[in-house]
Design a protein around this ligand. Structure first.
Ligand code: MF3
Ligand code: CO
Ligand code: CO
Length: 254
C-alpha cells in the first residue's frame, strides 16, 4: 500500500500561503457588493478573473481537471462546483456560494462564502448562519496534538442540532503548491479519531450543510453537485495552518 505523505510547511511556506490567502479574501470582498438580483454568474466570473489577472495571480479552477471557469458559483440547491453561466441570472431570495482560489507565486489561497441575493427567507438565513458557525467551530477544534476527527465532530454536532445535514461526498483537503492533497478533512466524524494534527499542516475546512438530505447528485456537466432532494445547501471555506498555539486562518485580509 502506498504511504500517504503529509506535507508540513515551513514558516516561509506558510507566509507564502498567507499572501495567497489574503488575496483570496480580498477577491471575495471585491465580489460581495456585486452579488445582486439581475447579475449573471458569468459576470461574477469575469470580474473575478480580470481582478485576479490585474494582481498578477492565476485562477486555480480554470482548466483544473477540465473545469471551464475561474470561480465556482453554487446557487440554492447546488452544493458545490457550480459553473458560471451567462444565462444564470441571480434573483431576489437566492443564496450563492462563491468559491475562489487564486494562485500567488505558486501557492493556493482557497476560500468561499455564501451570500444572500437581496433578502433571504428565514430558513435560508438560518441555514447560512448555521453553516458559517459550523466553519467557526471546525476551526476552533484545530489544535496541534488533536485529531482530524475533532473537526468533523464539532461541525456535525452543531449542524444536526438544527435538523440540517452534513455533505459526505466532498471534504476539506490539504492545500499548498498543490490545489488538493492529503489530508482529507471530513466535516462529520468522531472526536479523538483520525490522524493527529501537527504544527505546519495546512488544509481547508469547507463544510457544506444541507437543509434536507446530505445526499448529492452530479449533473450531466460532470461538475455541478446538487442536493438529491432539491433543498438548499450552503458552504463556507477557509484555508488554515496548524500552529504551536492552535490554528491560524490564512484566508483573511489584514
Ligand atoms: N475551490 C474548490 C475547493 O474548495 C475546488 C474547486 S475545483 C474546480 O476545493 F475545479 F471545481 F474548480
Ligand atoms: Co474552495
Ligand atoms: Co477547498
Amino acid at each position: 500500500m502506498a504511504t500517504e505523505t503529509l506535507t508540513l510547511l515551513s514558516a516561509r511556506e506558510i507566509s507564502k500561503m498567507r499572501d495567497a490567502g489574503r488575496l483570496a479574501a480580498e477577491l471575495l470582498d471585491y465580489l460581495a457588493p456585486k452579488v445582486k438580483p439581475g447579475v449573471s454568474t458569468q459576470e461574477l466570473n469575469d470580474v473575478a478573473e480580470s481582478w485576479t489577472q490585474k494582481r498578477g495571480a492565476k485562477s486555480a479552477p480554470l482548466g483544473y481537471n477540465g473545469f471551464p471557469k475561474s470561480i465556482c458559483t453554487s446557487v440554492n440547491e447546488v452544493i458545490c462546483h457550480g459553473i458560471p453561466n451567462s444565462r444564470q441570472i441571480l434573483k431576489e431570495g437566492d443564496i450563492i456560494n462563491i468559491d475562489v482560489t487564486p494562485i500567488v507565486d505558486g501557492y493556493h489561497g482557497d476560500t468561499s462564502r455564501t451570500f444572500f441575493v437581496g433578502t433571504p427567507s428565514p430558513l435560508a438565513q438560518q441555514l447560512v448562519e448555521v453553516t458559517e458557525e459550523c466553519l467557526r467551530r471546525g476551526i476552533a477544534a484545530v489544535n496541534p496534538g488533536g485529531r482530524i476527527g475533532d473537526i468533523g465532530a464539532a461541525i456535525q454536532e452543531y449542524a444536526e442540532s438544527f435538523g440540517f445535514s452534513v455533505v459526505r461526498d466532498f471534504v476539506g483537503h490539504g492545500v499548498n503548491t498543490t490545489f488538493h492533497t492529503a489530508p482529507q478533512i471530513p466535516h462529520y466524524g468522531t472526536r479523538d479519531k483520525g490522524k493527529r494534527l501537527r504544527k505546519g499542516m495546512v488544509f481547508t475546512i469547507e463544510p457544506m450543510i444541507n437543509e434536507g438530505t446530505w445526499e448529492a447528485v452530479i449533473l450531466d456537466d460532470g461538475w455541478t453537485a446538487v442536493t438529491k432532494d432539491g433543498k438548499l445547501s450552503a458552504q463556507f471555506e477557509h484555508t488554515v495552518a496548524v500552529t504551536d498555539e492552535g490554528v491560524e486562518i490564512l484566508t483573511l485580509r489584514d
